[in-house]
Design a protein around this ligand. Structure first.
Ligand code: CO
Length: 210
C-alpha cells in the first residue's frame, strides 16, 4: 500500500468513528464554523496545532508558514488575520513558535539558500534587532532558543500593528494575542508574551519586563 493510500483509509475510519458517536456530525460541521482561536504556527510537521492543544475540528482557524511569521506585506497572512479577527471574531490569536525551528536555524546560519532567503530575511531582521542580547549568550543552543522566543515576540508586535487587530481592539476590545513556544524536547508549550487589547481589564505592559 502507498503511504498516501493509508491516509485515505484512515479518513474512512475517521468518518465511521464520528458517525458512530453522532450521526448528524457532518451536518453540523458543514453548516458553519465558529472558532474561538486563530493559530499562527510553523509549518514544521512536529507542531500540529489541534493535536498539541486538544482542540477539536471547528475550534481553531489555522495558518502555518515557515517560522510562524506575520509579515506586513504578506497578503496571505493578512487575509487570514482579517477574516479570522473581523469576520469570525476569534477571541484569541496565538503565534506559536518552537525550539529546533529549521527556519530560525537557517536564518541564523546566514548561508545563501536561494528564494527562501527573502522569507528568512525577516527573521534576520529580528536577529539584528536583538544582536546585543543574543551575542551575550555564549551557549549556541541557548542563543538559538532565545531567538525562537524573540521571533515570536516580534510577530506578536507585528500582529498588533495590523489594521484588522487595531480596528477590532478599538471597536470590540478583542482579540487577545498570545505568543507561545513549543518545546519539542518536553512537548510543553511555554508562554512567552500575552498582549491584551488596550483599555481591556486585562491590559498588560508590552514588551514584558525582563
Ligand atoms: Co519551525
Amino acid at each position: 500500500m502507498q503511504p498516501s493510500e493509508k491516509l485515505l483509509l484512515y479518513n474512512k475510519a475517521w468518518v465511521q468513528d464520528k458517525l458512530e458517536l453522532d450521526n448528524k456530525y457532518f451536518d453540523a460541521l458543514s453548516a458553519d464554523q465558529n472558532p474561538d482561536f486563530l493559530w499562527i504556527g510553523c509549518s514544521d510537521s512536529r507542531v500540529p496545532a489541534n493535536e498539541i492543544t486538544g482542540t477539536d475540528v471547528g475550534e481553531m482557524f489555522v495558518h502555518r508558514n515557515i517560522a510562524n511569521m506575520v509579515i506586513a506585506d504578506d497578503l496571505n497572512i493578512l487575509s487570514v488575520v482579517q477574516y479570522a479577527v473581523e469576520v469570525l471574531k476569534v477571541r484569541h490569536v496565538i503565534v506559536c513558535g518552537h525550539y529546533e525551528c529549521g527556519g530560525v536555524k537557517a536564518a541564523m546560519a546566514n548561508k545563501k539558500l536561494g528564494l527562501i532567503d527573502q522569507w528568512l530575511d525577516h527573521i534576520r531582521v529580528v536577529q539584528a534587532k536583538y544582536q546585543h542580547e543574543l551575542d551575550a549568550i555564549t551557549d549556541d543552543h541557548a542563543r538559538f532558543d532565545r531567538l525562537v522566543e524573540l521571533n515570536v515576540q516580534e510577530q506578536i508586535m507585528n500582529l498588533a500593528a495590523t489594521d484588522s487587530v487595531r480596528r477590532m481592539w478599538a471597536s470590540h476590545q478583542m482579540p487577545s494575542l498570545h505568543g507561545w513556544v513549543l518545546d519539542l524536547r518536553s512537548g510543553l508549550l511555554k508562554e512567552v508574551v500575552t498582549l491584551n487589547p488596550p483599555g481591556s481589564k486585562n491590559e498588560n505592559p508590552f514588551p514584558p519586563a525582563p
